[in-house]
Ligand binder design. Sequence first.
Ligand code: NAD
Ligand code: UDP
Length: 339
Amino acid sequence: MSVLLTGGLGYIGSHTAVELLTSNEDVVIIDNLSNSDLSVKEKIKKIVEPVRKLDENSFKVYVGDVRDYKFLDQVFSENKITSVIHFAGLKAVGESVAKPLDYYDNNLISTINLLEVMRAHGVKNFVFSSSATVYGKAKSMPIYEDFETGATNPYGRTKLFIEEMLKDIYNSDKSFNFIILRYFNPIGAHDSGLIGENPNGIPNNLMPYISRVATGKLECLSIFGNDYNTKDGTGVRDYIHVVDLAKGHVCAVKKLKTNCGLKIYNLGTGIGYSVLDIVNAYNQVCGNKVKFKFVDRRPGDIDICYANADKAYKELNWKAERNLLDMCKTSYNFEKHNK
Ligand code: NAD
Ligand code: UDP
């Protein structure tokens, strides 16, 4: 009886694999290595093995693409999959504007395939990696799960389409259990420094960019706008430690076992930090190495975005526990290890 993680060698998937394995769940991963590499498998093992001995029955990795139906069918035939967490997908907003077809192809086709294979094998439990981006520009803060949704770019639209698809499937077949997790801004890394976020090329996101400035790999952070209507003029987001986020998935898998139907949860801390808050916290950790300059706003960015995460606390018994300094410390530690 295993939990299948698509995209399980990626940033959030690898941390979730660690948390599931240390909670005594068996894990099967499928990843096409488009944004990860096979060394992550050994790193997951290295983290988990002091707590639990692993073998091919408890932890298995398949290299392959979720868009390949035959391959998926084989994985489901070879393993007793009870739940699926679907992380695999492309995730860069800017790239999705430039290459929309890649996003519709990868994100939508993989999900349709996966759901078809699940139906064929009678697997009915599914967790989906959605995003706060589905709220677009929310009318007020904090954001609750029942707020109106609306995407502003192809990446966000793939998340919204999939959410709608899951609702339609659930309406047609109530034996499915679907948990949609809307992540806010995951940052940080595992305490071991072995796994973390390691984007190819110049990072688009704030935290990996800061880490590379702090370790001398990049010169200077450009802060996109200091004229937003926020406390210091820089953009505000709800940053959540990736280990907290991963633990949210363990709670979601538990919830699926109660035949919960279709549920939607925000996974955030409920706290909004500005870009300057993040830079200041990071500077405390690394000894003032984060040089920055203010530049124009980035097109498409919103001023402020943070969650109300009470529903996840009430229904999943989950809440984020790690603070901003933990996020910065682990991020810096990972970046230093990751030459
Ligand atoms: P990631 O890129 O680190 O991980 C995704 C993994 O999926 C990678 O290992 C990649 O190789 C794999 N993959 C991609 N397409 C695949 C395919 N067709 N078949 C098999 N494997 C495939 O990304 P992440 O940050 O871990 O994000 C995981 C999920 O969470 C994504 O769906 C993303 O959209 C969503 N999400 C991420 C964030 C964030 O800020 N990181 C925020 C909200 C939502
Ligand atoms: N940001 C920035 N410089 C960067 C990257 C991001 O100032 O190099 C800001 C961005 O404008 C936003 C915040 O940092 O206010 C978080 O951006 P990120 O891309 O990490 O996540 P988003 O919330 O946009 O998905």
